[in-house]
Ligand binder design. Structure first.
Ligand code: ADP
Ligand code: MG
Length: 362
């Protein structure tokens, strides 16, 4: 299958922009995720690809086949696009058996009875529900209903699978299993998939690549590693993982290294940075909670040294195998982790030189 390409897509509702000039390419066979907070435009983007919303601007195509060219008023119907969709609510027809639910999209496409039977068997087999073809939705668990919805989306061999938070109705444990199962299914079918979620863990663990959205805009597109290790802006760093921020001013700038002074408290940090910033520039330094070490008691560190910041412990939560800490340092709420409980309230934060994020303040 060719790639799915979205170019300069904008969608408005009553004059309000919900999707703002969004561009991305999903490669053949790729598991691609749209990730972002609630209301950022993920569902609208997916629905527009499916043909359920009409954009004000943009082009959507699969290889040479143009689904949408807003400037030329070209909009294929959902059926003409032949995409598979699963929404958060599985929307199975309650009065129809599993088999009849799957037959529906095939009847719409005028498949013969023999073809319907073969395809229904194949699709139910793929999702491991062949023995359930005569059951009604209410005779299935939530997880099984969700698989029927997937089978129904796959039954007519769509070119692309569109999934909108399909696991969000499952409880936590079932969701973990469903996630692993979904990834396996996607790989075995080899189908190009666009997945929508607000759950960063889902996005990082499932995706070949993901796009982080905020307020209708595309903020960053990359592999899970690229996004986690090299967020391109403060909003992405903040949305993914547990990240804390210090406001700082550049004191010295050298080959790949900056020395910065904390603006709202005592302390100096030495920071590796691929980007050079002039002395005097105001920057925001981001650090992931797993990189912050907490050292106690404060007397262990004889004097203020580079990359050590005095902090007050505010909250410690045991999360199984480790603790998560919330501290106040340099006027900011800082997240840290550790294997041991802290006995003291006044501690040192030790921040590494590598792996910090430096963003220019505007
Ligand atoms: P997400 O899926 O990321 O939570 P949505 O795409 O559902 O976000 O919504 C993006 C924005 O568009 C929100 O501000 C939402 O209120 C608005 N919106 C979505 N659908 C409609 C609609 N049918 N009519 C009016 N506004 C809508
Ligand atoms: Mg949504």
């Amino acid at each position: 299958m060719p790639d799915l390409i979205v170019e300069g897509l904008s969608v408005e509702f009553n004059g309000q922009t919900a999707v703002d000039d969004v561009t991305f390419t999903v490669n053949d066979g790729e598991f691609f995720t749209l990730l972002g907070p609630s209301g950022c435009g993920k569902t609208t983007t997916l629905s527009t690809i499916a043909g359920l919303e009409t954009p004000t601007k943009g082009i959507i195509r699969v290889g040479p086949e143009i689904f949408v060219d807003a400037a030329k008023h070209r909009f294929l119907t959902p059926e003409e696009r032949n995409l598979g969709m699963v929404f958060q609510s599985y929307a199975l027809w309650p009065h129809m058996t599993v088999e009849d639910n799957l037959a529906m999209p095939l009847k719409i496409r005028k498949a013969s009875k023999a073809e319907q039977n073969r395809r229904i068997g194949d699709a139910l087999n793929q999702v491991g529900l062949l023995p359930y073809r005569k059951r009604y939705p209410h005779e299935l668990s939530g997880g099984q209903q969700q698989r029927v919805a997937l089978a129904r989306a796959l039954v007519y061999s769509p070119s692309v699978l569109l999934l909108d938070e399909p696991l969000s109705n499952l409880d936590a444990k079932l969701r973990d299993r469903a996630r692993a199962w979904l990834k396996e299914l996607q790989q075995s079918v080899g189908i190009t998939t666009i997945y929508v979620t607000h759950d960063q863990l889902e996005a990082l663990s499932l995706s070949d690549r993901l796009a982080v959205m905020g307020e209708g805009k595309m903020l960053q597109v990359g592999t899970p590693n690229e996004i986690y290790d090299h967020p391109n802006c403060l909003a992405v760093a903040d949305f993914i993982g547990r990240c804390s921020f210090f406001r700082a001013k550049v004191l010295e700038t050298g080959a790949g290294t900056l020395v910065v002074d904390l603006v709202d408290g005592e302390g100096t940090l030495r920071v590796t940075s691929a980007t050079a910033f002039a002395a005097g520039t105001h920057v925001t330094i981001g650090v992931r909670s797993e990189l912050v070490k907490v050292s106690q008691p404060r007397d262990d560190v004889p004097a203020i040294s580079v990359n050590a910041i005095p902090a007050d412990l505010k909250k410690a939560s045991y999360v199984g195998a480790r603790y998560e800490f919330e501290l106040m340092a340099a006027g900011q709420l800082i997240f840290a982790e550790g294997e041991h409980k802290l006995d003291e309230q006044q501690v040192w934060l030790i921040v590494p030189e590598d792996g910090l994020f430096v963003f220019a303040e505007d």
